[in-house]
Design a protein around this ligand. Sequence first.
Ligand code: NZQ
Ligand code: ZN
Length: 392
Amino acid sequence: MIQSYDLYLPTHLIFGKGRVKELGRLIKGYGSKVLLTYGGGSVKRIGLYDTVREILHQEGCTVFELSGIAPNPKIESVREGVRIVKENAIDFIVAIGGGSVLDCSKAIACGAGYDGDPWDLVIHRDRIGKKLPVFDVMTMSATGSEYDGGGVITNEETKEKLSVGGCYPVASILDPEYTFTVPANQTAAGISDILSHTFEQYFVSEGSMLSDGFCESMLRTVMKYAPVAIKDPTNFEARGEVLAASSFGCCGLLGLGRTPSPWPCHGIEHEVSAWYDITHGVGLAIITPHWMQWCLDTDPALVAPKFAQYGVNVFGLNPADGVDVNAAKAIEKTAEFFRSIGITQTLSDFGIDDSHFEAMAEHVTTAWVGDYKYAFVPMDKEAVLAVLRASL
Ligand code: NZQ
Ligand code: ZN
């Protein structure tokens, strides 16, 4: 049955070829001192860096830069950004790149209005106060950070990967052409991330027909266009459909009227990438089918109807085969899809063993933003350990 919901989406989302030109219009009135943030250089290779510098120059901005923001962005980059922002009285941030660059920029935006260490804001979100405005031009389809308030940051010292919240970009610009150069492995990881955002909200105990439809449309669209985008990276239609889908992963639309989810696979994956710095989407593709199987083995009566519905509406399974058969098949098809886009299937392939599993399971069931008691099938530390061990 449909549940109560709040949906707040303050970001101006701008999609289409060539629309980066509109950045100049969007930043008017926000001041003249800008921090331009980016990663390891892909934005220079695709010409976006020069285009944005030129636009900022035309608008009379003074530009400061923070470069080298790494995937799974580290708290040190946030601290460096906050230092630049405070020393130079920066007015706003322009982030160009993938989710890591944008997440780091959001944390900097929050840190700008805070006197202490910005890591405090990840641990104590209630201390986030005034934030700098953030604008972005995305170059990856994956996180949905362009249309949500989260900014995920890694602390390698404490082995934690957690996020600031409530920091929505003022405007996000999405041009599929800027994603043409994303390599096949990163494209696949991004696709896995989009699918996982959907699963996390789709596989809950109560829902609504409307948001079931949103979720199933996301899954069908991304699964249809993923192989095309990987095989033919400059295919505008495929890149465009995947990029458009990515924005809606974490904005609340997919969870509309549904039981709130603690995003169990994300919590587990964040533990793995905090310890081993693996690519987020790859970790999710490994963990998700095992989590589904654990759910089906633990409480088939509860989950089989939903998994079977997914199998029928997304993979076209035959309803006449029955709920039990289709639930099992849907899990197989999910794992098969991840294999088909080239994602390795086990954690051991990354040299990961079980030596830190206890610590991960303990941490995620106590410190994660969602409560595992409210997962599709309620989970405790032992359940998390079971999923991690199955993923080895
Ligand atoms: O650093 P550069 O040179 O830019 O290269 C990047 C990076 O190596 C490259 N890349 C990006 N655009 C490219 C490109 N290469 C060629 N052409 C382009 N157009 O791709 C690599 C990965 O980039 P990254 O930003 O790390 O990827 P993604 O967008 O998947 O972000 C992953 C991070 O976001 C977090 C993840 O945990 C991870 O830390 N998440 C953020 C969320 C949010 N804010 O809502 C939700 C997600 O669930 C997720 O947790
Ligand atoms: Zn994700």
